[in-house]
Design a binder for this molecule. Structure first.
Ligand SMILES: [Zn+2]
Length: 290
């Protein structure tokens, strides 16, 4: 009986471990470079310690404004897989494939065929984020077939998490009595499309832009005309604009996180894409479901 248990445990360990045939040294692992935090999180959930993963755009740096260094380009030449978001978020990344002399680098544009209207924020729709993760998964099994079973098992689990998250959003927001959300930058169009909400953003698709005084007046009028109770702000950028709106109208502020990176506090708390999306849903519920 004991022996059977030991064998069972050994089989289970083989099934859940990386590199089923032989353990790999750091040098033998795939070197995967990923531009943004959400894609890094998805990649790690699929590949874990099977790969050497590098998140290119550091936390706290605006992904919309990031420019690569010559050092990074040299590292990409030596990489195996390069994963980026696309849809105009990292314009430089869309040129990487042409500029690399190493044709062995597998370049994955996760937004290809998904992003539209020059809006890169596809990961904020769980349904579309799943499609991005699927592209990463396919690239990993192509470049590292030896670990395909491990990647497949992890991807299946990840797929289920996206489906569960989507179902939660659908169930909760189907009960919404308000449908308008006031956001800082226009990051939530895909999410609004999926769950029948209406985004009214203070700035544009990139958070770096400044609204005109006319735009601020329009938003304040919209809030008063439509009896809006909350203005959303983002953890990684200054709440200055949301503060102004809240002060002018007397409404409350709530976080709606575009999950473009983790703050130090979020990192320390062990947050990830899914926990932040759950918190977003809680705040949307507070603002919209009465
Ligand atoms: Zn953004």
């Amino acid at each position: 009986m004991k022996r059977i248990t030991i064998i069972l445990i050994a089989v289970l360990m083989l099934m859940t471990g990386c590199a089923t045939t032989k353990p790999r040294t750091e040098n033998e692992k795939l070197n995967v470079y990923i531009t943004t935090y959400p894609l890094y999180d998805f990649t790690m959930k699929i590949a874990g310690d099977c790969i050497n993963a590098t998140q290119i755009i550091p936390t706290g740096v605006d992904a919309h404004e990031y420019e690569p260094s010559p050092h990074l380009m040299a590292e990409l030449e030596r990489s195996d897989v390069f994963v980026f978001n696309g849809g105009g978020l990292e314009a430089w990344a869309e040129r990487v494939e042409d500029s690399l002399s190493n044709e062995g680098v597998l370049v994955v544009n996760t937004g290809e065929g998904i992003a539209k209207n020059n809006d890169p924020h596809i990961w904020l729709s769980p349904v579309r984020a799943k499609q991005q993760a699927e592209k990463i998964y396919k690239a990993l099994i192509k470049d590292d077939p030896e670990n395909a079973d491990y990647y497949t098992e992890n991807y299946k689990a990840l797929e289920k998490r996206f489906d569960d998250l989507d179902r939660k959003y659908r169930e909760t927001l189907s009960k919404a009595t308000y449908r308008d959300i006031i956001t800082t930058h226009a990051a939530f169009a895909y999410l609004c499309e999926d769950y029948d909400l209406n985004q009214v953003s203070i700035t544009g698709v990139s958070p770096g832009s400044e609204p005109s005084p006319g735009r601020m007046a329009e938003i304040i009028k919209f809030i008063k005309d439509n009896n809006i109770g909350y203005v959303f702000f983002e953890p990684l950028t200054t709440p200055r604009l949301a503060d102004t709106i809240a002060n002018e109208t007397g409404i409350e502020k709530l976080v709606l996180d575009p999950v473009e990176g983790l703050t130090d506090e979020q990192k320390a708390r062990g947050e990830d894409y899914f926990s932040l999306m759950e918190e977003n849903l809680e705040n949307l519920k507070k603002a919209l479901v009465k």
